[in-house]
Write a protein that binds this ligand. Structure first.
Ligand code: MN
Length: 498
């Protein structure tokens, strides 16, 4: 499923306008038309590799945004997004015609001049620029996502090498950012479009496995949905929607890798999703399902009380249905559903009142942290690797004994945790308890673990071996700087001998 990327062919501005009429005021639509005319004029005579007129690309990006009913200013900026980079029209002219709000977004998405940097250096500089622009205005990354999605949809016109590069970058950089910002549908779309170009063989295999499973399960699932719907209604629960939701291919691939390709061990190839009006109905629905079918131990997940680090909220449970088959249910309110699909983009979504919501401060804080870190750390490709681990990898959340939530990358260790709390706790860390059990310091933490660090105030400091264990750059840096400091003070002690 993912984002609905179906598109009229050939696309025209009329298609976009038709879409906008569903949720915009006429004056906003006029503004969009103006931007279209301006961009079409600027790109006149330009063609894409596929032979299409260039304007079809920004128009398609704008069209994708209109499908998720996003604010028209973002759509205007999407229409203009390649104008300064690829035509003679400058940012100043865009500002004069469309105002500073639009000009700021377009500046953010425009790459650096072609002359200043080359090759890898240019690549890194462009990434840095994008991170900074994103921190200043989160709308930039939303445009970047649809730009990239449309580029992935039209990748076949490029050389195999370029295809691979664009697809790989989408998997490694853009999808993780979308994930981190809670934009589940956009992440899934980027991944599934890029997947066949990066791992063609695996793609075919996963698709084959999934299609087989779906064919086998579909009648059975229809029955489960029917039974569930009836039972929920009998219990007086308001159900806005109940449907089967297929797992996206790339995310299924990731799970298959973890489970040694044993597809029988994966229970959410199709999950049953239940949308209800409010929280009370969420928990009530969970109760109904558990009375109807026996839940699997340890598989009830309350992401409402404990949202995932990226803000994802839902109730999940896996139950034994008829014939001993195992089915996952996901229960959420409409609002949780929108947030889970569009993440921060939901904040520029035109809701019924046409009012715009505020972006959560934690997302802004994350983007600002990323912008700050890249300034100090992103110089070459290996820096990009560590940035990826710290910022883009799947995150886990663990607890301090006081119940504070700490958000760390997957496979982080108690030492990472200790350094996250405080450098001194890290340096003096001597042991750890996870959920009241003593563990070794290289144990990988899991979401939901309660972690207690044991310190020894007589401990001399971190062991150099810890550098091989820790996963976060912060812990690594603190250990290194301690060890370097220790070396220096050892040398200092020799100095008087001189
Ligand atoms: Mn573009």
């Amino acid at each position: 499923m993912g984002l609905d990327i179906s598109m009229p062919k050939p696309i025209t501005v009329g298609h976009l306008v038709k879409q906008l009429k569903k949720y915009c005021r006429p004056t906003d639509i006029d503004f969009v038309r103006l931007a279209y005319d301006f961009a079409a004029e600027a790109h006149k005579g330009q063609f894409r590799k596929s032979g299409e007129p260039y304007i079809n690309h920004p128009l398609s990006a704008a069209y994708l945004l209109s499908k998720i009913k996003i604010d028209t200013n973002i759509i205007v900026a999407a229409l203009l997004h390649d104008v300064p980079e690829d035509t003679n029209v400058s940012i100043q002219e865009i500002e004069e015609n469309f105002g500073s709000d639009i000009a700021i977004m377009v500046t953010g998405i425009t790459k650096l001049g072609k002359l200043k940097y080359r090759g890898m250096e240019r690549y890194i500089e462009n990434l840095r620029k994008m991170f900074v622009a994103m921190a200043e205005d989160m709308r930039v990354i939303i445009i970047k996502f649809v730009d990239r999605i449309h580029n992935l949809m039209t990748l076949d016109a490029h050389s195999p090498a370029k295809r691979h590069l664009i697809a790989l970058e989408s998997l490694e950089i853009y999808a993780p950012i979308a994930n981190r910002l809670g934009m589940g549908e956009i992440k899934g779309t980027l991944e599934d479009l890029a997947f066949p170009y990066v791992f063609p063989k695996e793609y075919k295999k996963v698709k084959y496995l999934r299609d087989n499973q779906l064919a086998e399960e579909s009648i059975y699932l229809d029955q489960v949905i029917k039974t569930t719907r009836k039972k929920l209604l009998d219990d007086g629960i308001k159900v806005l929607d109940i449907h089967g939701r297929e797992k996206q291919l790339y995310s299924l691939y990731q799970k298959l890798l973890l489970k040694n390709w044993e597809i029988d061990k994966i229970h959410d190839i199709v999950a049953v999703r239940i949308i209800v009006p409010d929280l009370t109905n969420c928990y009530a629905a969970l109760g109904t399902i558990h009375r109807l079918w026996k839940p699997l131990k340890g598989r009830i997940k309350d992401y409402v009380a404990q949202p995932k680090p990226n803000g994802y909220k839902s109730l999940h449970t896996t139950v034994f249905c008829n014939e001993g088959r195992v089915v996952e249910f996901q229960i959420r309110t409409e609002e949780m559903h929108k947030e889970a699909e569009y993440g921060i983009a939901a904040h520029w979504h035109y809701d019924e009142k046409g009012k715009l919501k505020k972006v959560p401060t934690k997302d802004i804080a994350w983007a600002q942290e990323l912008a700050k870190i890249q300034k100090e750390k992103l110089h070459n490709i290996s820096d990009l690797e560590s940035l990826k681990i710290d910022f883009f990898q799947n995150r886990i959340f663990v607890f301090t004994p006081n119940g504070d939530v700490i958000d760390l990358p997957e496979n982080a260790t108690p030492i990472d945790f200790a350094y996250y709390i405080h450098s001194e706790i890290g340096h003096k860390c001597n042991g750890a308890r996870i959920n009241d059990q003593m563990v070794s310091l290289d144990t990988a933490l899991k979401s939901g673990d309660v972690v207690e660090i044991l310190t020894d105030k007589n401990r001399k400091g971190p062991s150099p071996d810890w550098l091989k264990i820790v996963k976060t750059t912060a812990a690594k840096d603190k250990i290194k700087s301690y060890l370097n400091g220790a070396k220096r003070s050892w040398i200092k002690n020799l100095l008087p001998l001189k």
